[in-house]
Design a protein around this ligand. Structure first.
Ligand SMILES: C[S@@+](CC[C@H](N)C(=O)[O-])C[C@H]1O[C@@H](n2cnc3c(N)ncnc32)[C@H](O)[C@@H]1O
Length: 258
């Protein structure tokens, strides 16, 4: 068991939070977490981040700046209950088309219900598939987004190569993920909150603290900003850069397929 951040995609493949697992074991364990939390996922997101995930997601969509003309499409990978896709479609004045892809049918089921309630069925499609094996032709999308999802994917390098493949030349890659806190003191407060409060909130609200322990540990293991930018560049992307939010609690990486 190691609490160090991983520095390579391969190390992430065999780390389930702080536990070392077999390469083919991780996805099943992750799937179990999201099947268990799906119905409480949106509520827990608000509680765990004190509402901040909304601000970070809005910032992501602002940086993406989707055009307000029809014909532009985005693939939102590990899109879960649809938060990013819905924001993008709304920001485009309902001109954009979004495909929400997730490996977990329970998360997608919640997403479909939310899309119907918002009257967004025509703009949003839901696809159950693996980020490591995207069921789309090369050069299919104008943008690829992934929010709080990539750290759950066992083979991050494979997922990044797939992102590159399905983007059109000139396409945009954006990844929002929890990252390395770069403000003294805030890192201590954040660590105390993550490891003590979040599993307890999970226990109290969702009746199960274990999935939230995994989520917190997987955040602590994920590569830091610079290392992740290097992984994105290794997949073939240009101009890989990032912005920190809330002192680095979250980071938004951007890159282009040029
Ligand atoms: C923390 S949730 C993020 C959901 C959403 N993007 C958001 O920001 O609210 C992580 C999602 O990653 C999905 N996921 C995990 N492994 C995946 C994989 N290999 N391929 C696609 N999705 C995956 C999970 O099912 C889950 O819905």
């Amino acid at each position: 068991m190691s609490e160090q951040r991983v520095t390579s995609s391969r190390d992430m493949e065999t780390s389930y939070g702080y536990r070392q697992v077999g390469a083919d074991e991780k996805q099943g364990l992750v799937d179990d977490v999201f099947h268990r939390v799906a119905r409480r996922y949106d509520l827990m997101n608000d509680l765990m981040s004190a509402g901040f995930h909304r601000v970070w997601k809005d910032a992501m969509v602002t940086w993406l700046n989707p055009p307000r003309s029809p014909g532009w499409s985005v693939l939102d990978v590990a899109g879960g209950t649809g938060d990013i896709a819905f924001r993008i479609v709304e920001a485009s004045g309902r001109a954009a088309h979004a495909t929400v892809l997730d490996i977990n049918g329970s998360m997608l089921a919640v997403g479909r219900e939310r899309a119907t309630k918002r009257g967004l069925e025509a703009n949003v499609a839901f696809v159950e598939a693996n980020a490591e094996e995207l069921p789309f032709a090369d050069a299919s999308f104008d943008a690829y987004t992934v929010a709080f999802g990539i750290r759950n994917v066992p083979r991050i390098d494979v997922a990044l190569s797939e992102a590159f493949r399905v983007l059109k030349p000139g396409g945009r890659f954006l990844c929002l993920e929890f990252s390395q806190v770069e403000m003294p003191l805030l890192d201590r407060v954040y660590e105390a909150w993550s490891f003590n409060a979040i599993p307890r909130i999970g226990q109290a609200v969702a009746g199960d603290g274990e999935p939230y322990r995994y989520l917190v540990e997987s955040i602590a293991k994920f590569p830091d900003q610079a290392r992740f930018a290097a992984m994105i560049a290794d997949a073939g992307f240009d101009r890989a850069t990032w912005r920190n939010y809330s002192g680095g609690i979250a980071a938004l990486h951007s890159a282009w397929k040029l």
